[in-house]
Design a binder for this molecule. Structure first.
Ligand SMILES: Cc1cc2nc3c(=O)[nH]c(=O)nc-3n(C[C@H](O)[C@H](O)[C@H](O)COP(=O)(O)O)c2cc1C
Length: 217
């Protein structure tokens, strides 16, 4: 689909048809698109928990109780649901792991280039940690870039999606032992195909107008 048409027709799906599943190869393509998301200094501070089976989706839905119950059926009836997690910290070991990956992928022509990348990336992390004092927010910003990329890609692929911040963070973090893994849940995305009963599919989109959101110099 054309990019503008995709931006205008993709929407936050409120009800899924549980009978319809995303073909395996197409879902794997979406995961690969997630893996290729851009991030500041290629810090990639994310981890994605992927649920396809009913049992896995039920584990996620267990974190959608109380105030968040309105999101439960979206997860249960989706084809796939992904928990977008963000690291709680950036360790020296993780920075070294990234650097090794860069090297494996052929990014460095010599040791000087490698050291340059090491210094730049570490410099940014220390800047956000010690000066701006918002390393967690900076990391989570990167995770949300991956969210945007996935939502748009799903639209292009003709797959419906729902980003969800409406979930119990404590319950989800506990269910998947995220703290022990140095992670926290940031946002959940359900993917699949809309149900005919989805009221939101028929509503017009609403956005602020051009003159409000753009300053053209
Ligand atoms: C980060 C984020 C969190 C959201 N959380 C929820 C949610 O918990 N439940 C829900 O039904 N919709 C959720 N939405 C959907 C938004 O309400 C929706 O994207 C917005 O109203 C714009 O409408 P559209 O996506 O249909 O164009 C969320 C969207 C974003 C981007």
């Amino acid at each position: 689909m054309d990019t503008l048409a995709t931006a205008k027709t993709r929407y936050a799906t409120k009800a899924y048809d549980a009978e319809k599943k995303i073909p395996h190869a197409q879902f794997e393509k979406l995961l690969e698109i997630l893996r290729f998301s851009p991030s500041s200094v290629n810090i990639q501070p994310w981890h994605f928990i992927v649920a396809e089976t009913d049992a896995a989706k039920q584990r996620i839905a267990a974190g959608l109780t109380g105030n968040y119950i309105y999101n439960s059926a979206k997860v249960l009836y989706s084809s796939h649901t992904i928990i977008f997690c963000t690291r709680t910290d950036i360790s020296a070991e993780y920075l070294e792991q990234l650097l090794q990956q860069d090297e494996l992928n052929g990014r460095f022509k010599d040791e000087t280039a490698k050291q340059g990348q090491r210094d730049t990336r570490q410099g940014y992390v220390e800047f956000y940690r010690n000066e701006l004092k918002n390393l967690p927010a900076w990391m989570e910003n990167q995770t949300y870039l991956a969210l945007g990329q996935l939502l748009f890609a799903a639209g292009l692929e003709g797959i419906d999606a729902t980003p969800m911040e409406g979930f119990d963070r404590d319950l989800i973090n506990q269910e998947f032992d995220l703290a022990e893994k140095g992670l926290k849940a940031s946002v959940i995305v359900s993917l699949g195909y809309r149900s005919e009963t989805d009221f939101n599919a028929k509503l017009p989109k609403s956005r602020l107008t051009d003159d409000v959101i753009f300053t053209r110099l």
